[in-house]
Design a protein around this ligand. Sequence first.
Ligand SMILES: C[S@@+](CC[C@H](N)C(=O)[O-])C[C@H]1O[C@@H](n2cnc3c(N)ncnc32)[C@H](O)[C@@H]1O
Length: 213
Amino acid sequence: MEDDIQEEVMSEFRERRLGGWHLLQLTAGTGLALYAVWAGLLMPGFRRVPLRLQVPYLPASKAQVSNVMTLLKGRSGAIADLGSGDGRIVLEACQRGFSPAVGYELNPWLVRLARFHSWRAGHQQSVSYRREDLWKARKTSLLTLALTPSVELSLLQKKLLAELPEDALVVTGRFPFPDWTACSVQGEGVDRAWAYHMQELRKQHFKNEALSS
Ligand SMILES: C[S@@+](CC[C@H](N)C(=O)[O-])C[C@H]1O[C@@H](n2cnc3c(N)ncnc32)[C@H](O)[C@@H]1O
């Protein structure tokens, strides 16, 4: 008896076709759920930042962190990671003696996670994470950041050229700056990292300007 009822329900279900209205509801529902996850968990705090100035969250791999650290060898002092995510680069830099080590991150969940990681590692006094827009961050002589082509990199180049001190070293992960020549490159594929020396970049920049005028 129970089997008959089950079979009846199943066959009714099989015969039912999804109409246009149902499909529309399903698509809208899925879209809304995805947006809620994106806006609520992954990108909160970004409402005032234009899309072209947002770097999506993609944590650095162990190899990438190590490549960034290799490029920083021989340097010391203050360091800032622009878009610090869960704080892995800042924490590693702090463990290697860079101080103060500061991360700028707009996503409050990632800021909390980064603080938790630094507390667990016993470094909560030596690192700090600021919930601030990386485009407004106070620049130091050592900067690390992960780039993506979706961000307006030419705008970022202009800003860094105008604001960074002469001795600054900028280390990028995943993607290089399109118009700059790196002074050093470390690693392969998606784990590659590039270092840019501000003094050399400025020299090159002024030379190019002089040639084009
Ligand atoms: C590619 S992830 C890199 C995370 C970390 N540096 C790492 O290498 O693991 C970029 C991070 O930048 C943050 N971000 C994007 N745009 C930002 C902005 N305008 N100001 C501050 N943080 C931003 C994102 O939330 C994300 O966590």
